[in-house]
Design a protein around this ligand. Structure first.
Ligand code: AMP
Ligand code: MG
Length: 400
């Protein structure tokens, strides 16, 4: 462990540099949610692809219905029915109407749609009760997208609207930065699988669940090895078969200054550096490359592990997956209470932001997981601030 602690920003940069970008690969649309487009998306079709009706009604020549009124209906024969999906389109003859449904192609010869509400709804003959000027209720070819247009740029984050658009132009897959593959391993001889009985001295293992969820929340792929006891041999044996199948190994626990620090014992001198970061919580950290695999070792206290992920890994993983925005939204808010913070460390307190006031939830302790779960933001108290008074402006990271 080095003498001088690293700053949060320096350590974040180190972790950022450790995890390389994931390659761009074609993935089916259903696997693309939340991922980043790796190339521009050009539409091979126009949208709409053909002139179509915006209403259920009748395709007509506007001149044929120009005189129509409620009390002087214009009667037209209806020789053709055009439901949506009909592909053999018969041209409209002057003096006739084709019954047409929303989305169905407007027949050649028609220049307007009369909506069904302005007719008697007749099947073989229709009484038109209102005029319809040229172009009425017709959705034009290419109104939304013209063939050959770029509809999404490289770097676009694929949410529901973007995926819907990709499907609408006929894409079944997209070139995306593939999900980063994260191997997660918790350590600690006190840990017990949730659902099993607990003895005094044991606790339920929660970090791997939290970390895997945090990875998946940003579109990454998490492989959870669950946990190993504080035993160097067991540690190496557990990760052995996985090293060449993932992009990064994230461990929790076993990196502080005590005895039985399994991660430290297993990885010291193996390409992983154990350092201190001037942050509370989450001071003891480790990172480097083990057998070519980027490794980030987080401290074991649940809130330390969670915050370390938040501060160091989350931006690095987002960047690796090509995200244009890797940091949380930051706002200024008034402190709802006084706060104390250790000198020379950047403190992150869990808080609730309501309007422009932020109130701490629970104390600074790194074991207070319920407080973390009840918070919607982190209050960032800078290294040179030891006391925040109620009403002072503070910097807040919005995490929920
Ligand atoms: P360590 O960093 O291994 O010294 O652990 C610090 C504290 O976090 C101890 O109280 C551990 O019991 C707890 N802890 C470590 N790993 C986990 C885990 N995976 N789930 C829940 N608590 C943990
Ligand atoms: Mg431990």
């Amino acid at each position: 462990m080095r003498g001088v602690p690293l700053t949060v920003d320096d350590y974040r940069a180190m972790i950022g540099a450790l995890i390389p970008p994931t390659p761009v690969t074609l993935l089916p649309l259903e696997d693309c949610l939340g991922l980043v487009l790796g190339d521009e998306l050009v539409s091979p079709v126009s949208l709409p692809p053909f002139d179509n009706s915006a209403m259920d009604g009748y395709a007509v020549r506007s001149v044929d219905v120009a005189e129509a009124e409620r009390h002087a209906a214009v009667a037209l024969p209806v020789p053709v029915d055009i439901p949506a999906g009909k592909t053999d389109i018969v041209p409209l003859l002057p003096g006739t109407a084709h019954r047409i449904m929303t989305g169905a192609p407007v027949p050649p010869g028609a220049d307007a749609i009369v909506k069904v509400e302005d007719t008697d709804g007749g099947e073989h003959q229709v009484a038109v009760l209102a005029p319809s000027s040229p172009g009425t209720h017709i959705r034009r070819t290419g109104e939304d997208v013209t063939e050959g247009a770029t509809v999404l740029r490289a770097g676009a984050v694929l949410g529901a609207p973007q995926l819907g658009l990709a499907a609408a132009i006929g894409r079944a897959d997209l070139p995306v930065h593939r999900p980063v593959r994260v191997l997660i391993l918790s350590t600690g001889s006190e840990l017990v699988e949730p659902g099993e009985p607990l003895l005094l001295g044991q606790i339920y293992e929660s970090n791997s669940v939290l970390l895997a969820a945090a990875v998946r929340e940003i579109g990454g792929e998490a492989t959870v090895l669950r946990f190993v006891p504080d035993d160097v041999k067991a540690f190496h044996k557990t990760i052995a078969g996985h090293i060449d199948k993932v992009d990064v190994l994230v461990t929790s626990g076993g990196v502080s200054a005590g005895a039985y620090e399994v991660v430290k014992d297993a990885l010291t001198g193996q390409g992983v550096d154990f350092v201190r970061v001037a942050v509370q919580p989450g001071g003891p950290q480790g990172s480097g490359s083990f057998q070519g695999l980027p490794v980030v070792t987080l401290p074991g206290n649940p809130v330390s592990a969670a915050l370390s992920f938040e501060l160091f890994l989350r931006p690095a993983l987002l960047a690796a997956m090509g995200h244009p925005v890797i940091h949380r939204r930051r706002v200024r808010a008034r402190a709802g209470t006084d706060l104390r913070s250790p000198s020379a460390k950047r403190q992150y307190r869990r808080g609730r932001l309501e309007g422009d006031v932020v109130t701490p939830v629970g104390g600074p302790g790194s074991h207070l997981l319920a407080s973390f779960a009840a918070s919607n933001c982190l209050i960032e108290v800078p290294e040179n601030v030891e006391m925040v008074a109620e009403g002072d402006l503070v910097s807040v990271l919005v995490i929920n």
